[in-house]
Design a protein around this ligand. Structure first.
Ligand SMILES: [Zn+2]
Length: 269
């Protein structure tokens, strides 16, 4: 079986020089992977742009129109952290559907990997922290409303708390949200997920892995999901400029393998 990789050449975001967000990271990741031995066992899929009817399951009509028409106020653009552009709109419509496409392919294949996504700071009515639309909430809500799944578990291991996902999914009993993040990092005001685990800055690799294992057990006691969306955030790494943690590359690989093994052993995509 080949592992689906979901990618679109228009994912990169045009940004001014010295911007804190990398404007080429999605294309760079794709190039790195496609030139590696891993590409032999992968098949690349390209998403279509999201429809507004799908986006309204997650975002307010007013906010969607502001993004489409470039009507964000200076303050809203500052909170988003990215300058508005037509390219940003296009990539935002593509990227949410990339996560949704990955979700659908995972149901068939057991696993699928989106080479973007994790825009977990986007709230129902505003963007935040470099996130325009919330791909995790979008994929979970749409795959349930399309009748392909009944229950979805979202495990967010990005170093920042998944505040937008928590807000959008908070009254949805079919979606269980779990965020494992640095306590002292952005966002300063956290929104309560179903399970939140805040980490100390100087946590060791061993303690981090222990916490991940115990979170997996807690989640599987709380929900029997048909699908798991795993945000394998890499900004927990010790060299990440915006993270605060001190996690090694070896530990991150172990973390991802443990999460994948845990759900594979239960036959959950
Ligand atoms: Zn992050």
């Amino acid at each position: 079986m080949k592992i689906p990789w979901i990618f679109h050449k228009d994912y990169d975001i045009p940004l001014p020089k010295n911007h804190r967000f990398s404007s080429s990271k999605f294309g760079d990741l794709y190039t790195l992977l496609i030139d590696s031995y891993l590409a032999k066992s992968a098949e690349v899929f390209i998403p279509n742009p999201a429809k507004d009817t799908q986006l309204t399951k997650v975002h307010t009509r007013e906010y969607i129109n502001k993004i489409k028409n470039g009507n964000l106020s200076t303050k809203e653009e500052k909170i988003l952290g990215l300058p508005w552009s037509e390219t940003l709109v296009k990539r935002s419509y593509l990227a949410v559907n990339g996560t949704y496409l990955a979700s659908k392919l995972a149901l068939v294949n057991g696993i699928a990997c989106h080479l973007a996504g994790g825009t977990h700071h986007a709230h129902a009515n505003h963007g935040s922290g470099f996130c325009v639309f919330n791909d995790l909430a979008y994929a979970a809500k749409n795959i349930i409303s399309d009748g392909k799944c009944k229950k979805v578990l979202i495990i967010d291991c990005d170093v920042h708390q998944g505040d937008g996902t928590a807000e959008i999914c908070k009254n949805d009993n079919n979606i269980y949200t779990c965020s494992i993040h640095a306590s002292n990092n952005f966002p300063s005001i956290k929104v309560e997920s179903d399970l939140d685990i805040g980490l100390d800055d100087m946590i060791s690799d061993e303690d981090y892995l222990r916490i991940i294992q115990s979170a997996l057990t807690t989640c599987s006691n709380k929900i029997k999901p048909d699908l798991v969306l795993y945000d394998a955030g890499v900004d927990v790494h010790k060299n990440d400029k915006l993270g605060r943690l001190n996690i090694s590359s070896k530990c991150m690989l172990k973390r991802d393998l443990e999460v994948l093994k845990f759900f594979k052993s239960k036959n959950i995509p």
